[in-house]
Design a protein around this ligand. Structure first.
Ligand SMILES: *Cc1c(COP(=O)(O)O)cnc(C)c1O
Length: 358
């Protein structure tokens, strides 16, 4: 029996999508083969690759000025590839350090470009997001990197940035959760395994102008422009992950697009936060306007009950609620694929647990 899966990533995939994959896994569209057994150069595959890219562009309303790439290697590969590509524009890059992921991105970038940390909440152990007004941009940086949704800490920046810099954003845990004004960004990247599909794939949205500024002396496989020229098929792409991602995009479209998911996601998050705020048994100390809609972290006031909470929740089919080891406590990741009912069941369980152990 499938449970309610609150995993941060790899995360829940819509059941409808998994069913479809299951139904056509042995033989895809009368081809005599499974989709995972054919060359990415076949018409069979390239048609679905093209269609999934078109659907992604449609869902996010991506302008002509931007290219979409489907790449191997995940978000970590991206935050390493970005300084490599753009350290020829300037010797510095600006980084906002708001949680574990943006910190990792800054640490890796430091090996390739001078990193200016223009705002950081590390001193408060990432209990808040550095206020946008306080970011101290440098004059001559190649780009500004930030992560609007910190998956481990459950903190987020909900304002869209609007400044005249090359803005680079790690949107791994927030992409496709709500509408987005792509034109404001020079580069957006996301590992697929949170809100897009199976692991092994990263989706990149990059401004063509920005892409053309990049370093051209790198091995092809590390250059965005080369991936773009080859339609993301410079080498073998992660064909299975891309295929499933395409099905997730269709599911988003037929569900009502990003407006629908924005409403649903807010509703799910409000339900859980309202309950957390009404209880002294559970704690979430993040400021209300900086709370993540996707990854909701909380602690039990009595940490000795953590093990019991995880055991009992699991027996109620509420799975993977343990927080990241670096942060502790609990975390409910409620990406698009988590239905409202899953969050209702979680809140119901939490109430019962509180009355039993409180
Ligand atoms: C999960 C996550 C990553 C790491 O993704 P990989 O694909 O495993 O490299 C990076 N950034 C954010 C915001 C994440 O949530």
């Amino acid at each position: 029996m499938r449970g309610w899966n609150f995993s941060a990533g790899p995360a829940a995939i819509p059941e409808e999508v998994i069913q479809e994959v299951k139904n056509e896994l042995l033989e895809f569209k009368d081809s005599g083969t499974s989709i995972i057994e054919v060359s990415h150069r076949t018409d069979l595959y390239s048609e679905l690759a093209f269609e999934s890219k078109q659907d992604f562009i449609e869902i996010l309303n991506i302008p002509e000025s931007h290219e979409v790439l489907f790449l191997q290697g995940g978000a970590t590969h991206q935050f390493s590839m970005i300084p490599l590509n753009f350290n020829n524009i300037a010797s510095n890059a600006d980084y906002v350090v708001s949680g574990t992921w943006s910190k990792k991105a800054a640490v890796e970038a430091e090996k390739l470009i001078n990193v200016n940390v223009i705002a950081s909440s590390e001193i408060s152990n990432f209990s808040n997001f550095p206020q946008y007004e306080e970011w101290k941009f440098s004059n001559d940086s190649a780009y500004v990197h930030f992560c609007p949704n910190e998956t481990m800490q459950g903190i987020a920046m909900h304002e869209a940035p609007n400044f005249k810099k090359h803005i680079v954003a790690d949107m791994t845990s927030v992409i496709l959760s709500e509408p987005l004004d792509v034109k404001d960004y020079s580069l957006i990247y996301a590992g697929a395994q949170k809100n897009i599909g199976p692991a092994g794939l990263a989706v990149v949205i990059i401004s063509k102008d920005f892409m053309n500024l990049a370093n051209k002396d790198l091995p092809k496989i590390l250059q965005y422009a080369e991936h773009s020229k080859a339609d993301s098929m410079l080498n073998t792409p992660p064909t299975f992950s891309w295929y499933v991602a395409g099905k997730v995009f269709k599911w988003i479209k037929r569900s009502g697009g990003l407006e629908y998911f924005q409403k649903l996601n807010r509703k799910k998050a409000e339900l859980l936060y309202e309950y957390l705020d009404s209880s002294d048994f559970y704690l979430n100390k993040i400021e209300k306007n900086q709370r993540s809609i996707m990854n909701i972290t909380f602690n039990l006031a009595n940490e000795h009950l953590n093990g019991t909470f995880l055991e009992e929740s699991k027996s109620k089919n509420l799975l993977n609620l343990k927080g990241h080891a670096l942060v502790g406590g609990m975390r409910a990741s409620i990406y698009n694929a988590m239905p409202l009912e899953g969050v209702e069941q979680l809140v119901q369980f939490m109430k019962e647990f509180e009355s039993k152990h409180g």
